[in-house]
Design a protein around this ligand. Structure first.
Ligand SMILES: C[S@@+](CC[C@H](N)C(=O)[O-])C[C@H]1O[C@@H](n2cnc3c(N)ncnc32)[C@H](O)[C@@H]1O
Length: 188
């Protein structure tokens, strides 16, 4: 039961990875292993960002594309998923097609640190603290003032979130969500 807690699972991956060499953290490009956000938490992340059809939503490390697909299907937003794992990108594209939103979404096989984020009005993250720290200067350097960033489970160090929320999720565990709004100040 305890081992299903998302932050614990991600932490266990980090601890075991050097010994077992089986997780995606084994590659220098990897910011986090694959672990999907439960759908009710996806819905709340998009509500927290106040996504509308006018938004362009980027999910950095998109996994199976669920955040991107939900943004397109529920809100009519344009959405972009970025992942370094080709299997995840294939899965995302197939699921977007099945959901009938392929015209609204784009999936990119790319390192999240190399993506041009200037078109994004919303960025979602479910990575790790170290990944958020690596992305922080990129996000704050590229996003236009007013763009919203929502992170599942991990904060951004000393950049205080505008809102922190606890969402009841699977197995009675609570997930923490963080919201920031870009203000034009670059944060290294
Ligand atoms: C914890 S999962 C989150 C999946 C999805 N965003 C969600 O919330 O359901 C992290 C994802 O980030 C991807 N990833 C790891 N390092 C990455 C990198 N450098 N660039 C892009 N994606 C990366 C992994 O392949 C994995 O699919």
């Amino acid at each position: 039961m305890v081992s299903r807690h998302p932050v614990l699972v991600l932490s266990i991956c980090i601890v075991l990875e050097p010994a077992l060499g089986i997780f995606t953290l084994a590659t220098p490009q990897s910011l986090a292993p694959y672990l999907p956000t439960p759908q009710p938490v996806v819905e709340r992340m998009l509500e927290l960002a106040q996504v509308t059809a006018q938004d362009v939503v980027y999910d950095l490390g998109c996994g199976d594309g669920r955040i991107v697909i939900t943004a397109a299907k529920k809100y009519g937003a344009h959405a972009v998923g970025v992942d370094i794992d080709p299997e995840r990108i294939r899965e995302s594209a197939a699921k977007a097609k099945a959901a009938g939103v392929e015209k609204l979404v784009t999936f990119m096989l790319q390192d999240a640190r190399k993506v041009d984020l200037s078109p994004a009005t919303v960025v979602t993250l479910y990575l790790l603290s170290s990944a958020n720290a690596a992305l922080r200067p990129i996000l704050t350097g590229q996003l236009k003032p007013g763009a919203r960033i929502v992170s599942h489970a991990f904060d951004m160090g000393d950049w205080q979130p505008l809102k922190t929320e606890h969402v009841a999720s699977d197995g009675g565990f609570s997930r923490t969500l963080y919201l920031w709004i870009a203000d034009g100040k670059v944060r290294p």
